[in-house]
Design a protein around this ligand. Structure first.
Ligand SMILES: C[S@@+](CC[C@H](N)C(=O)[O-])C[C@H]1O[C@@H](n2cnc3c(N)ncnc32)[C@H](O)[C@@H]1O
Length: 255
């Protein structure tokens, strides 16, 4: 039974990993063998994927996130509820460039790249910390130009999720509304943690990253709506607006 010394909302979010993590792996062709591996999760949040990877036999798991509150939860949850994993799992509230460690076999990043402001730089830092042949499993989305690419922020204004509203309402207007609603000055969706990158940007950044692309799948879902999206996205001028997510597996080339 899980400790109740942690905020219920955080524990509930952590527990969502029980169905999100298997889906993450399934969409990427299944969880690879983690036995004895040294792994890193970028944007680990509450730490659910890190705990799962340690349970699956990883020798060392490093979770990195820039949100101090989430890392504090992840660390406390580890100590209270998974004491047997302490020593194999570590959480750090840092930018990856500050991590003085390398030689990772595998890295994950789930629902995080769309929040990373300097994605080229972070991919470079990941690349440097891999063993040759190391694998990066990433799930990205919802993407900025997709119907709910604002991660539901305008729902706070309209009360319902209106598809593509964030692309229709001028950013200045949206920021004025959201600043008032949230009681702090906002100038851009980037202030709310979204990098606003288009699908074409991710494609270019990944292609130029130096990694080999082993798997690259937009609209990766069995949901009927996303299957329809995948069809519509084949029409070139609609690709951006009907690409909801992107899953990829990248490899640092063998030297
Ligand atoms: C939507 S959450 C996903 C968290 C977790 N991976 C999950 O699936 O539940 C995105 C996370 O990325 C983190 N993040 C954003 N930019 C980052 C960066 N440059 N380095 C590390 N983490 C970052 C945020 O703090 C946040 O915890």
């Amino acid at each position: 039974m899980m400790s109740t010394q942690l905020a219920k909302a955080d524990l509930d979010y952590f527990k969502r990993g029980a169905w999100e993590n298997p889906r993450f792996w399934n969409r990427l062709g299944g969880q690879p063998s983690l036995h004895g591996k040294k792994v890193l999760d970028l944007g680990c949040g509450h730490g659910s994927l890190c705990i799962d990877m340690a349970k699956a036999g990883a020798a060392r798991v490093v979770g990195v996130d820039i949100n101090a509150r989430l890392i504090e939860f992840a660390q406390r949850n580890l100590e209270l509820n998974y004491p047997e994993l302490v020593g194999r799992v570590e959480f750090h509230c840092i930018h990856l460039a500050e991590l003085d460690e390398g030689d990772f076999d595998l890295m994950t990043s789930k629902d995080t790249f769309e929040h990373v402001m300097d994605l080229e730089g972070v991919l470079h830092e990941m690349y440097k910390r891999f063993k040759p042949g190391g694998l990066l499993y990433a799930a990205i989305g919802p993407l900025w130009n997709s119907p709910f690419g604002d991660h539901d922020h305008l729902k706070r204004i309209f009360g319902v999720n209106l598809p593509w509203a964030h692309l229709i309402v001028p950013q200045r207007t949206a920021m004025r509304w959201l600043s008032r609603k949230m009681g702090r000055e906002l100038r851009s969706y980037r202030d709310l943690g979204m990098n606003m990158l288009a699908f074409a940007d991710y494609k270019r950044i990944i292609e130029q990253s130096g990694f080999e692309i082993l798997f690259f799948k937009p609209n990766n879902s069995r949901h009927p709506v996303l299957r329809l999206f995948a069809l519509i996205a084949r029409i070139p001028f609609l690709t951006e607006y009907f690409t909801n997510n992107l899953y990829c597996i990248l490899r640092r080339p063998l030297e």
